[in-house]
Design a protein around this ligand. Structure first.
Ligand code: FAD
Length: 451
């Protein structure tokens, strides 16, 4: 009899999982997850909590198929090899990881398995199109989004795969429990797992996909899909979503597809340039003068800058592990251009709290705002937080939702720019900087690196 291991990582689902199908061709399969301290111990509380819940959900669906998820803790190089040897498996199946850490880890695991004549088989990846496989005619990677997205769509993807029918499961004697993760007070996260992902997607397609392009910039309406955390953990595969988008109608679907392409583009960029997880993609921005993170950075992290939409975004981050895309851009711009703090500090804070925290999209979302990214927003276009608030949250509903002080403002006060007296009355901070002055300061620092 032939035994295999299905090593789950960022593909916590049974449906549309070709690596699982490949593993299930063996006579019996061990469904395995390894809690890697190198990842677990540094992940923020939101991601740890989501992952734990997702592993429980995966275990529950495996149990309904009369098997279970075995969980080990430790360095995957040792743990995966030990598990495969314990069950005399000849293959370990994964979906390929293209992240800087994951790709290198998989090389080490493959080498360690090979010493025991066990093969690491990579089938598919968390993307519709594997990073690195869309290239220009001369074989070099795309540096900007639009031509990438055209070539990406031309390349195309498979139709979704069914879940395996039967699954003859193996288990380990030494499986550990999935840890309980206590959430800090005030943080509430949405449900995790494959079923929750499928339900959210189904509801979203029915209710909001058609109007996505009109409403996606409006944090007050809250009508984006919130699929990001499900995608991050592979509780759904983009293939499944793209197939559904292909069947839907309405103007929103092309825009939505293009957002999924951004996710794939950033994964491709990080695959080719792994150092850009930390370093400036456009090196000249590394020469810009920045300030050390100080009191302003503390106020930013805690959502008390005195700019309502900035504070709402940063409180939404710590209250729900998620922030609307428009507001991610606004708070990021504020940190880099009003407080003159390097993007890496903000990116780290995001990774600490985001439930969808994902290296390529996060680091390159930040680089975009900082002016140093691929299709970067030109540095001289500095977001005015008050104007952005008025435009994208016209009735102030979003800022009132996340900054409760603003609910008590006297009539006639602008929730995006309350008067000094009104701030005092409701106990809301005065602006920590003068936006006009800091804009001028940011532009003069930028002029220095252009010379
Ligand atoms: P929707 O608007 O419904 O979009 C659908 C899907 O498309 C998203 O789930 C996501 O997978 C993808 N997508 C949408 N916009 C982008 C984008 N700009 N870049 C890449 N993919 C996109 N996204 C993350 O998944 N993880 C992150 O850590 C992350 N950090 C970010 C940091 C900054 C500073 C910025 C500006 C953006 C960041 N994004 C990140 C991208 C985007 O903000 C989120 O994907 C989006 O807000 C998730 O909400 P949603 O699922 O409702 O999005």
């Amino acid at each position: 009899t032939r035994h295999s291991v299905m090593w789950f990582r960022r593909d916590l689902r049974l449906a549309d999982n070709p690596a699982l199908l490949a593993a299930a061709e063996a006579d019996a399969v061990l469904p395995l997850f390894v809690l890697d301290p190198a990842l677990w111990d540094v992940a923020g509380v939101s991601r740890r909590a989501h992952l734990a819940a997702s592993l429980r959900a995966l275990d529950a669906s495996l149990r309904s198929r009369r098997t279970r998820l075995s969980v080990l803790r430790g360095d995957p190089v040792e743990q995966v090899v030990a598990a495969a040897r314990e069950l005399d498996a000849t293959e370990v199946h994964v979906s390929a990881d293209f992240g800087p850490y994951g790709a290198e880890r998989d090389e080490r695991v493959a080498a360690a398995l090979a010493e025991h004549d066990i093969e690491l088989v990579r089938t598919s990846s968390p993307y519709a199109v594997d990073p690195g496989s869309v290239t220009k005619g001369d074989g070099t990677p795309y540096a900007v989004f639009t031509p990438f997205s055209r070539a990406w769509a031309d390349r195309g993807w498979d139709t979704p795969y069914e879940a395996p029918r039967g699954l003859s499961g193996l288990e380990l004697a030494s499986s550990v429990d999935v840890p309980d993760v206590d959430l800090p007070e005030g943080l509430r996260l949405p449900e995790a797992g494959e079923r929750a992902a499928a339900q959210r997607w189904e509801t979203y397609v029915a209710d909001h996909l058609a109007t996505y392009s009109d409403e996606r910039d409006r944090p007050d309406l809250d009508t984006t899909s919130k699929m990001s955390a499900h995608l991050k953990w592979g509780e759904i595969h983009p293939r499944t979503m793209l197939a559904e988008i292909g069947r839907a109608s309405g103007a929103g679907r092309a825009t939505y597809r293009s957002e999924l392409a951004w996710r794939e583009f950033y994964a491709d960029v990080l695959h080719h340039r792994p150092e850009t997880a930390r370093e400036y993609l456009r090196a000249e921005y590394g020469r810009m003068r920045y300030d050390d993170p100080g009191e302003g950075f503390d106020a930013w992290r805690e959502g008390r800058t005195g700019f309502p939409i900035v504070d709402a975004g940063l409180r939404q981050l710590r209250g729900s592990g998620w922030v609307h895309n428009r507001v991610r851009m606004i708070v990021a711009s504020f940190l880099v251009k009003d407080l003159h703090v390097e993007w890496q500090h903000g990116a780290r804070h995001f990774m600490q709290w985001l439930v969808d925290g994902d290296l390529p999209s996060n680091q390159h979302g930040w680089q975009w705002t900082a002016g140093s990214g691929t299709d970067a927003s030109p540095f001289f276009r500095v977001f005015n937080p008050t104007g952005q608030g008025r435009k994208f949250d016209p009735r102030g509903e979003y800022v009132r939702r996340w900054v409760p002080e603003l609910r008590d403002l006297p009539d006639g006060e602008d929730p995006h720019e309350p008067s000094a007296a009104a701030r005092e009355q409701v106990g809301y901070a005065a602006p920590i900087v003068d936006h006009k002055e800091e804009r001028v300061e940011a532009l003069s620092r930028w002029e220095e690196i252009r010379r």
